[in-house]
Design a protein around this ligand. Sequence first.
Ligand code: HEM
Length: 380
Amino acid sequence: MRRRALLGGGVALGLAGCGSPAPAPAPAPAGSASATGAAPPPPPHQAGIVTPPPAAAEFRAYDVAATARDELAALLGRIGDVAARPPASVTVSVGASLFDGRFGLADRRPARLTAMPGFPGDVLDPGRCHGDLLVQACAATPAAARALADAVARAAGPAVRRRWSATGFRHENGTTADGRPRDRNLFGFSDGAGNPDPADAATMDELVWVGAGSGEPAWAVGGSYQVVRLIRFAMELWNADPVERQEEVFGRRRSDGAPLGRERELDDPDYAADPNGQAIRLDAHIRRANPRTPETRNQRILRRGYSYRAGTDAAGHPDEGLIFVCFQQDLERGFATIQRRLAGEALERYILPFGGGYWFALPGTRGARPGELGRGLTTP
Ligand code: HEM
């Protein structure tokens, strides 16, 4: 089946975009570290970003039906209270559309937060894009992830309307030899070795978390930009190609994930020694995604994706692929720069991005103060 055939097969067409928002830090109380001149404590973060991904996830995008700022504050607080119940891993993110004036938040929009634009090759279904809020609920089993997402929906009540949802899984969900999360995607390739180490706090401060003094609103410190892309795979087209061709497309071995021309998964590809693409082609996914030059070091992103499988479309073709998820400190420097560089990559003919959006994952909350999530954003 050709890529175009996927379009007729089940993905509704139309090009569109949308967006949403997040919370703020409370003023330092007297006697706190900053009041006494000591270094302030690091900003808290939500779970579900650098924490190891459990095997199952539900993604649900919502529009907010409430119209007043205090209703929004109460809504985020209620959702946050569900998120705070261990062992829950609920991550709440806000889209650019939340800052459209309904709640008087226009001047608090994170600097890089826009509606996700269409990229070359995208065929975006407006019904599967954007949303004022994104809820990512992760758990060890599909039933637990679903129960968690349902608990969030109950807490939200009529203050939200569901826009779209996606159910994801990581079927191997193992770790690389150095302990970072990895999975095998539905194309059969190991995914995760090129990620920065989420357990390395300094690297996460450099690449993932919004810090103070970065031109972002004060409330956003401790949050992170989240990108979700719903990407359908042309499985029949892919499976018709020999493994050698598939390996050229990614630039890694299918069996063990090693970069072509190297021995082990964690070996670094050496592009300087391979300027013409003899070992790893110039249009290979990993080479385009991360050219590994000093100039592109700060463009690295933290990927935390899930596979999806949604049966077959009306024409009998499998509807499955990747819920691509990534987090970064600066959406433009990270995802958008990489996505533009991927234009024309060899992988393009096997994939169809049809949904998703841009969000900002709220900073976390300190301790278990009820109603706290999003407080920094919504406090007048
Ligand atoms: C279409 C679906 C996609 C598939 C099947 C896919 C698969 C893979 C695989 C198998 C790897 C190699 C293993 C690894 O380094 O973790 C990889 C690496 C990577 N991918 Fe993707 N990917 C997809 C989309 C994207 C998108 C949309 C982006 C960002 C815009 C992206 C960014 C990256 C990055 C940054 C790396 C690491 C490269 C390195 O450091 O060497 N990928 N991907």
